[in-house]
Design a protein around this ligand. Structure first.
Ligand code: SF4
Length: 419
C-alpha cells in the first residue's frame, strides 16, 4: 500500500509540545527535510494544531502534529492551549521541545506530567543548542540532567534551524521509543498461527467498488499474510464449496456482515465465525465494553433517550446509517418509544448523562487512542456505549456467534446478560 493510501487514523501520531518560540515548527521542518516523500501539509487555522503526514523511516507513515505554545496568553491563547491539550487524546508519542537558552520551565514540567499520566512515550528535545554561548557544554549537560530528573525524559540536543545537528539522533530515538501498538492490537493476526487457514467472505454486489476490494478487507488480508497464515477469499455463494475443498478445518471464517446469516448457515458450528466490522470494533476499541453496550439496547424503556454520536461530519445519504437506519433498527428490535438525538464531533454534549445509551459510529477517522478515549468518556458519565458494527450485529441476532472467537467479549456478553 502506498503511503498516500494509508488512512490518517492508522498512522502513528507524533505530537510536538513546548513553549512559544521553543522551535517546534523548525524541529518538524528539520525532520521533514531529510525525507523526500512528504505528503502535502494539512494546514489548520491559527487556532488549530497543524498536521503533517509523512513517511518517517523506518517507522512508516506518521502524522506530525504541531501545537500552539503552552504559554500562550490572552483569550485566544487560552483557546489554543485547550486545543493543544486536546491533542493529547490522539497522541501516540510526544516530543517536548525545550529552548536550551531558556531551560526547563513549569510549562514543560506540567506537560511532562500530563504525558506520564496518559502513559504516552515522550522525548525531550533540547533545541537551539547553536545559540548557547561557546564553551557552554557544562550548561547543556545540566539541562540534560534536568530533563532526565525533572521531566523523566530522554534528552536529545539538537539545532533544528542550523545544520540539522542532532536530527538523525532524534529520529533514531523516536524509532526506539515508538510504542509497539501494531503488534499489540493486530486486526486478526494475534489469533493466528503460521499455516492457519482463514476464509474471507466478500460479496461482490452492486455496492462493492469496481475493480478492487475495500480497505478493511485489504487490511485483514494483509494482516493474515503478515502472520504467515493463509487467506482464502470467496463470495458467499461459493463458501460451502470452498470449505469442502479445503481439506482441513479453517481457523476461522470472516464475513461481510450483510451476508452473515447465509454464511452462518453454511459454516459448520465448530468453525469460529466473525465479521469484518466486529474485527475492526475490537481493533479500534474495547470490544468487551461495546458488547456490554449492545446489551443495553435490550434494556431500553419507553421514554429513554439514545444519543447517536458520529465523530465527523460526513456527507449524509438519504438512507443514512446513523440518522435513519440505526434508529429504525433499534425501534424495531425493542418496540419501545425511544427518543434519538444526534451529535457530531469529538466531544459528547454536556448533557450526556441524560442518555440511556450512546451508539457511536465506526470511527474510521479515529485512531485507537481516540476511540478508546470516547469509550472512556462514556464510561465516566456512566452511560453504556456501543458502536454501529456491534449494534447492528446485535439487532440482527448475529452478535453472539460473531464474538465467538473472542473469549473476553463472550464473557462480557454473558455477564451483562445475567445482570
Ligand atoms: S464512521 Fe467514519 S465517516 Fe462515519 S461518522 Fe464515523 S468517523 Fe465519520
Amino acid at each position: 500500500m502506498s503511503m498516500n493510501e494509508t488512512p490518517r487514523s492508522n498512522r502513528l501520531h507524533i505530537a510536538l509540545f513546548g513553549r512559544r518560540n521553543a522551535g517546534k515548527s523548525s524541529v518538524i521542518n528539520a525532520i521533514v527535510k531529510q525525507d523526500i516523500a512528504v505528503v502535502s501539509p494539512v494546514l489548520g487555522t491559527t487556532t488549530d494544531p497543524v498536521y503533517k503526514a509523512m513517511e518517517l523511516l523506518p517507522i512508516g507513515p506518521v502524522v506530525l502534529i504541531d501545537t500552539a505554545g503552552l504559554d500562550d496568553e490572552g483569550e485566544l491563547g487560552e483557546l489554543r492551549k485547550q486545543k493543544t491539550y486536546e491533542v493529547l487524546n490522539k497522541t501516540d508519542m510526544a516530543l517536548l521541545i525545550i529552548d536550551s537558552t531558556v531551560g526547563v520551565t513549569a510549562f514543560d514540567r506540567d506537560i511532562a506530567d500530563k504525558l506520564r499520566s496518559k502513559s504516552i512515550p515522550a522525548i525531550a528535545v533540547l533545541n537551539k543548542i547553536d545559540l548557547l554561548p561557546h564553551g557552554s557544554e557544562e550548561s547543556l549537560k545540566q539541562l540534560a540532567v534536568a530533563a532526565k530528573e525533572e521531566l523523566n525524559l530522554l534528552p536529545i540536543p539538537v539545532s533544528a534551524a542550523v545544520g540539522q545537528q542532532g536530527i538523525s539522533e532524534l529520529k533514531k530515538a523516536i524509532t526506539q521509543a515508538v510504542p509497539d501498538e501494531e503488534d499489540k492490537f493486530r486486526i486478526v493476526g494475534d489469533l493466528l498461527s503460521p499455516g492457519d487457514l482463514v476464509v474471507l467472505v466478500v460479496p461482490i454486489d452492486k455496492a462493492a467498488p469496481k475493480g478492487r476490494l475495500i480497505l478493511p478487507q485489504q487490511q485483514v488480508i494483509r494482516d493474515i499474510l503478515e502472520s504467515d497464515a493463509i487467506s482464502v477469499v470467496t463470495k458467499e455463494h461459493e463458501l460451502r464449496q470452498t470449505l469442502e475443498s479445503l481439506g482441513r478445518k479453517p481457523r476461522m471464517v470472516i464475513t461481510d456482515s450483510q451476508v452473515f446469516l447465509k454464511v452462518a448457515a453454511d459454516t459448520p458450528k465448530d468453525i469460529p465465525l466473525t465479521s469484518f466490522s466486529i474485527l475492526f470494533a475490537r481493533h479500534k476499541g474495547d470490544l468487551e465494553q461495546l458488547v456490554r453496550g449492545a446489551r443495553a439496547i435490550d434494556g431500553l424503556k419507553d421514554g429513554d433517550k439514545v444519543l447517536i454520536a458520529e465523530s465527523c461530519t460526513h456527507h449524509q445519504q438519504p438512507d443514512d446509517i446513523g440518522k435513519v437506519k440505526i434508529p429504525r433498527w433499534i425501534l424495531q428490535a425493542t418496540g419501545k418509544q425511544i427518543q434519538f438525538d444526534f451529535a457530531n464531533g469529538m466531544k459528547f454534549p454536556d448533557n450526556v448523562r441524560d442518555y440511556s445509551l450512546i451508539v457511536h459510529c465506526g470511527g474510521c477517522m479515529l485512531n485507537r487512542r481516540q476511540m478508546l478515549w470516547r469509550i472512556e468518556q462514556a464510561e465516566e458519565a456512566g452511560v453504556p456505549i456501543v458502536n454501529y458494527g456491534v449494534a447492528i450485529a446485535h439487532v440482527q441476532g448475529i452478535l453472539e456467534r460473531a464474538i465467538s472467537p473472542f473469549p473476553l467479549a463472550r464473557l462480557a456478553w454473558e455477564e451483562s446478560g445475567v445482570l
